[in-house]
Design a binder for this molecule. Sequence first.
Ligand SMILES: [Zn+2]
Length: 448
Amino acid sequence: MSVSADGVIENLRLNCSEQESKSVDERIAGAVLPGVANLHSHAHQRAMTGLAEQSSGEQDNFWSWRKVMYQMLERINPDQLYHIARMLYLEMLQAGYTHVAEFQYLHHMPNGNAYKNPAEMTLQCLRAARDVGIGFTALPVLYRYGGFGGQPSTEGQKRFTNDQDGFCRLWECVRAELIEEERIGVAPHSLRAISESLLKDVLSALPNDIPVHLHIAEQTTEVEDCVKWCGQRPMEWVLERFSVNADWCLIHATHLEESELTGFAQSGATAGLCPTTEANLGDGIFNAPMFLQAGGRFGIGSDSQISVSVTEELRWLEYVQRLLRRQRNVLNNSENNTGNNTDRNRKHCGTQLFQQAVTGGNKACGIAQGGISAGAQANFIVLDMAHPRLMERTRNELIDSWIFAADSSAIRAVYTKGYRTIENGKHADEIEIHRNFKIALQQLGDSQ
Ligand SMILES: [Zn+2]
């Protein structure tokens, strides 16, 4: 394979012999798959993984988890965020993600004042992404209110909030720093945090073809509060008032009724699914079969970072449906999966899930559709064919085996824009990244 200076595959030859491969830039041994774009990440939450798994004595739910998360957020500084994000993005590369969309809502100093550069925290994430070599879509978060109907924000939210002017200034500060394939979108946090007029004004002040990401219906309480406020469910409200299209990505569309699912699928927007986080937080189960049947598109994200794993996200997505329905191979095209087909024609569940996650992730992050072909960005992973879980597996069965029977340890190498960022499962700066991450955690612990 040879790759141009700007990271695009120029030349590709399959099944080269050792002799032939001497004439090309690099011979890659193993199964090559496109890298996955992680469409939903809150980098700072990596600092608290595992710390909210203890009972508070009451019935724990999303809101009690959020309390723990807010306590951690009160203390984190830009330098700590950089080291936390670098650790996280390294883990993403090792898991098969070659791009990340960072949904960053931590903007201001602990006292609520803006940093000298109002985009300081998002820019720390950008710097971390560049330093480890993962692609980046910045999603600065628009957060204005503390609840539906323009309720005032709370003390715990003072590092998040901006008015329209403040937000647009911050957005421009991020855009000014971006180079080459880096992208920017906008992330209205949730319907709790914005108003109709604010979001309309902000969207009309920004370019009209950028990704728009929004937390939509993660919690039943959130849906009930929305109905109490306006008489509509969140997805109904958004679809009725905004031109939701293929640039949009709706995160955690967990609690939707049938008409909402159909309207969502028909809009062309991507469903941003984060199955391990949704399971960890006890959110509920997205009706993926109905959404896919209606022609919907999805991608995956690591969200709270409780797990950073392409295989685990896709496995959970499928397994909850199997458990619910007492069926197998639910999210691929079941009509072709009767058992009478030849292996060649049978739809492979792991392969289907993986392909959809690649397509949906790229679309949601605003990056060109990839693939392993001349002209595509050289973002790919190499599976280790000597891994015991992949031995004697080829083509679709190989991908099925990786998704359902193996894990990130089967990824031997990862390339982003043609650079080998992971080799034999390791990153060149790994020891230093771990050391600084540990220091950041110690500092956060000490400042408690
Ligand atoms: Zn989120």
